[in-house]
Design a protein around this ligand. Sequence first.
Ligand code: FES
Length: 139
Amino acid sequence: MEYSEKVMEHFMNPRNVGEIEDASGIGTVGNVQCGDIMRVYLKIENDIVTDASFKTFGCGAAVATSSMATELVKGKTIAEVMQITNKAVMDALDGLPPIKAHCSVLAEEAVQAALWDYAQKNGLTIEGLKPPKDHKHEH
Ligand code: FES
């Protein structure tokens, strides 16, 4: 299995690791097959994601995709964040081996789950946003 240099670089040196204490939204998702868990924290001010962080208990590709996803969402509007698919995260990392594509899906789902949490807390509706599938790992 071959990882791109960017994937290895983000795995070895992940950006935005940790919690945001006064996060506007927190999303936790898991993959039942591999058991990996990803939590994303977003700080949102005036419709803009001003900060993002993550904690991932998972494989190297999950760490790299959460690192890249949190980088990609920073400074974006909510509508722009909604356009950041797992494919966009993979592209930004110069690709992932096909059997690791599901790891990038976790990153997309975690960001959207954090947006969902933000919307719920603020009584907002975000165009195109669906409720997170997996609540099992929320503690
Ligand atoms: Fe589980 Fe990568 S193997 S997220």
